[in-house]
Design a protein around this ligand. Structure first.
Ligand SMILES: NC(=O)c1ccc[n+]([C@@H]2O[C@H](COP(=O)([O-])OP(=O)(O)OC[C@H]3O[C@@H](n4cnc5c(N)ncnc54)[C@H](OP(=O)(O)O)[C@@H]3O)[C@@H](O)[C@H]2O)c1
Length: 328
């Protein structure tokens, strides 16, 4: 692909705004079109972010010949339908996290993308942040010895609103799929494989979705991950990786700008790099690099790992008897 890579956004909601801001600092990216279920809403977004074309339907957006890649920013239960719309129109796709609600959905997305030879990636933006790239480098260099444990927490407090996607089971509500996915994906990134043992406890709220959860994984070589997530409880968003000789500490790991490496109790290395915009530019740059190289998936956020993460979350939800109304 030569010249600027032309983006379309499908679903102009909260995260779409942040993504548009991130995209604006990439020289060879152009946000050319926006698609909403409402023509007025699309026009407002286009005006706010200087987007050339706005559509009052997702179908029109994916047919636009001036769009190379579509970023899907709708609530999780619609990711499959909207990804397939793009894939069948031959558009590359970046799909918000979690890529799908369950493994069946993600398998179908991957199959269709492969059959149609279309690029597909989950927008797990954390993996592309420079601080997290540095953490992977430290791990590859065995700077903390043999990695044996991971701890990651992500909780925030929000007021109960049964109509919000965070609480509505019809919109895939609950803490695991909203923020727990960051912790599960982080453990997956560190160990590179699925856990062999998965146990979790969750507290269901008045809308029958998980409002908080405590999760433990054990891996085939004996490594352990301890994770928490919540949507009604503030839990600092920190991650720590523990090895035989040291540890790596990442404050606000899901949107990290820094990481520290300790040997014993002494900090021996510290990395810090502010976001160029808001951090979302990094995942967009990865997509664009893949498109220019002709790759159909990212080596940093491959299909297999998106699938592994959701399979693990399926196991947790089955332990909690949490099935969404739209799941058969
Ligand atoms: N990476 C991150 O940091 C991050 C942060 C927040 C959220 N997310 C992810 O991004 C996705 C969207 O989250 P959000 O908070 O941006 O959602 P949102 O604002 O509630 O919804 C996004 C848009 O989806 C469209 N939509 C299509 N069908 C819908 C339906 N049946 N009900 C409601 N909206 C529908 C709407 O756009 P139109 O009506 O205009 O078409 C809406 O504006 C989620 O999967 C979430 O996990 C990621």
């Amino acid at each position: 692909m030569m010249g600027k890579i032309r983006w379309g956004i499908l679903g102009p909601g909260n995260i779409a705004r942040k993504f548009a801001k991130g995209l604006s600092v990439i020289d060879d990216a152009e946000l050319t079109a926006i698609g909403s279920r409402s023509k007025e809403k699309a026009a407002m977004f286009a005006n706010e972010y200087s987007v050339a074309t706005s559509y009052g339907s997702y179908e029109e957006l994916v047919m636009d010949k001036n769009v190379d890649v579509v970023y899907i920013a709708t609530p999780h239960p619609f990711h499959l339908e909207h990804a397939l719309l793009c894939i069948n129109a031959g558009k590359a796709v970046l799909v918000e996290k979690p890529m799908g609600v369950n493994a069946k959905q993600i398998r179908e997305m991957i199959e269709q993308a492969q059959q149609n030879k279309v690029f597909l990636m989950e927008a797990m933006w954390t993996r592309f942040l420079p601080a997290i790239v540095k953490v992977r480098q430290w791990l590859a260099e065995c700077r903390i010895g043999e990695v044996q444990m991971v701890k990651a927490d992500f909780g925030f407090h929000t007021d109960m609103n049964p109509n919000s996607r965070l609480f509505d089971p019809n919109l895939g509500g609950g803490s695991l799929l909203d923020v727990g996915v960051y912790t599960v994906s982080f453990a997956n990134m560190v160990f590179g494989i699925s856990p062999s043992q998965v146990c979790g406890v969750a507290q269901m709220g008045e809308t029958a979705v998980d409002e908080r959860a405590g999760i433990l994984f054990r891996y085939p070589q004996g490594q352990i991950a301890a994770l928490t997530c919540a949507i009604r409880t503030y839990i600092p968003h920190n991650a720590t990786i523990f090895g035989t000789s040291g540890s790596i500490h990442i404050p606000n790991f899901w949107r990290a700008t820094s990481a520290s490496l300790k040997l014993g109790d002494t900090v021996v290395d510290h990395f810090e790099q502010p976001h160029l915009s808001n951090g979302y530019e990094c995942e967009a740059i990865e997509v664009m690099n893949c498109l220019r190289r002709g790759n159909l998936e990212s080596a940093i956020m491959p299909h297999s790992q998106s699938l592994s993460v959701v399979e693990t979350m399926d196991t947790l939800r089955s332990q909690w008897n949490l099935k969404y109304p739209f799941e058969d």
